[in-house]
Design a protein around this ligand. Structure first.
Ligand code: 5A0
Length: 492
């Protein structure tokens, strides 16, 4: 049973990042489970002090010799913790729930306690992910609601209720073998919340949003990693709090060293991004951390996560390592093709749209203008790069196949033809698109499609919208692309 123990209290007042790391370290090392409410209130309090109402830039603040790191008093945290504990214990009468393991009704009740306390104001601002935000402003974002439900469950002693995470959604697992699932928060804009419902129905759609059944199932320590990962160092659109970023980085290394990021690719991606901004002496370079995230996704999630490849691709793009960036994006597309696109997958749609319609065109523009740099110029003469761009588009075409909503529109075709036409024609002639009908790389979609065939849906079938899309495989690339472009133009 979590509680605010004396051994927790002696860390306070927290005066610098070292004292915060010491509190987290002791909480994670045990012997008891880390207290999610205590840690979330503490981290949220620090984030609030370091990022909100920072009117004057840090440089001036430093010039004033004003200490930036906030002092976190025991009284502040204890009062907020007591408020949360009173709300949760006061709203849930556990005598009504006899079973040793949690029931769907209990999970829904806990979700209702968090949900009914929320103010109606819009929820996609920053810094709304912690219990500090919930307890001082009655505001939470969609991740924050799911996290709050799990923190409340811990206070009630429901140690079977855990956070489940996809790349753009969060829900909970519970029950005797931890395989019952329940929605506890909303997702996206304009979607009715499905709180209380099981996830099974949504996974059937093979949507990326629910990971096709491969979510990150958290332990209490991974729930701490999610809380740390969800921390947000941004002060505004152009400035980040260096102190908050450094604290997040130190806490992620602490969790990494304890093995709590070993099944959490996105947290590894966050750590790689932080290391790019401010490298920690003696720690591996960002690329190695992104590679670790990819290896975890392959080993534990059947390579169904997209973000590990877009984390690495984005890094390589920023370093102008364009050939390698395009290979990462082809690998990202190789993941998304295993899913069917559904209307709640907008976040990943925007990710691929930016790569196809901004990043790749920027690369071909940059290298065709910058004729002095031989290495860069070679990209347009490199059949491997051209093949990777085709693989990138082929994965998106396959993602669309069998989906209820179309992905591609004529805007995609315009950028596609712009990018491909920049390649030297002899290079385009050099590549050999797989002719082999049952190349093993398609096994994922086919295995899914076998299920679809049982439900009467086939991979070639038109989506409800009647959009006919053909995958690029087994066709001459130029012929295949002209088919895709013609189809898209007909839609115009
Ligand atoms: C390569 C990118 C575009 C850069 N940032 C990316 N992020 C992806 C999402 N991020 C995350 N980082 C750690 N854990 C989680 S759990 C989750 C789903 C939410 F609904 F709970 C999102 C997410 C962090 C930021 S992907």
């Amino acid at each position: 049973m979590a509680g605010f123990r004396d051994r927790d209290k002696r860390h306070f007042p927290l005066t610098d990042s070292g004292s915060v790391v010491a509190l987290f370290r002791e909480q994670i090392e045990g012997p008891n489970d880390p207290n999610l409410a205590l840690l979330s209130i503490t981290l949220g309090c620090i984030e609030n002090a370091l990022t909100m109402n920072r009117a004057i830039p840090a440089a001036e603040e430093a010039a004033l010799l004003r200490p930036i790191f906030p002092v976190v008093d025991l009284e502040t945290v204890e009062a907020l913790y007591a408020k949360f504990e009173t709300l949760v214990r006061g709203s849930v009468d556990l005598t009504e729930y006899k079973s040793t393991f949690s029931s769907r009704e209990l999970v829904k009740k806990i979700s209702d306690v968090v949900w009914s306390s929320l103010s109606r104001s819009f929820k996609d601002k920053a810094h709304l992910q912690s219990l500090y935000s919930f307890l001082t402003g009655n505001k939470l974002d969609c991740f924050g609601v799911a996290f709050g439900v799990v923190a409340a469950a811990q206070i009630l002693g429901c140690d079977d209720i855990h956070l489940a995470l996809s790349e753009d959604h969060a829900w909970v697992v519970f029950g005797e073998d931890g395989t019952d699932t329940a929605e506890v928060t909303w997702h996206g804009k304009g979607n009715e919340d499905k709180r209380g419902q099981s996830i099974a129905l949504s996974v059937a759609e093979k949507s990326w949003l629910y990971f096709n059944g491969q979510p990150v199932i958290c332990t209490r320590a991974t729930e701490v990693a999610a809380m740390v990962s969800a921390a947000n160092p941004s002060i505004n659109l152009t400035m980040d709090s260096i102190e908050m970023g450094a604290l997040q980085q130190e806490l992620l290394w602490l969790l990494h060293d304890k093995g709590h990021l070993s099944r959490y690719p996105m947290a590894l991606g966050n750590l790689g991004d932080l290391e790019e901004i401010s490298p920690t002496p003696g720690r591996p370079p960002p690329l190695q951390i992104f590679q670790e995230a990819i290896s975890v996704a392959i080993k534990h999630y059947n390579n169904h996560h997209v973000y590990p490849y877009t984390y690495m691709g984005g890094y390589l793009y920023r370093k102008r390592r364009y050939k390698e960036a395009i290979k990462c994006w082809a690998e990202a597309s190789n993941v998304i093709r295993k899913f069917n696109y559904t209307r709640e997958d907008e976040e990943i749609y925007k990710e691929f749209l930016e790569i196809a319609n901004e990043l790749i065109p920027n690369i071909v523009k940059a290298v065709s203008l910058n004729t002095t740099d031989r290495v860069q110029m070679n990209i347009l003469y490199n059949p491997e790069v051209y093949a990777d761009i085709l693989r990138f588009y082929d994965g998106i075409c396959e993602w669309e196949e069998g989906s209820s909503t179309p992905v591609l529109h004529v805007g995609w075709a315009q950028h596609l033809t712009f990018s491909l036409n920049k390649f030297d024609p002899r290079t385009r002639a050099k590549i050999d698109v797989a002719k082999d009908e049952d190349s093993d790389s398609d096994s994922d979609k086919e295995s899914n499609d076998e299920n679809d065939n049982q439900n009467g849906k086939s991979q070639k079938e038109k989506g409800e919208s009647g959009v006919k899309t053909g995958s690029l495989k087994n066709k001459d690339p130029k012929e295949a692309l002209s088919v895709v472009v013609e189809d898209l133009k007909k839609e115009e």
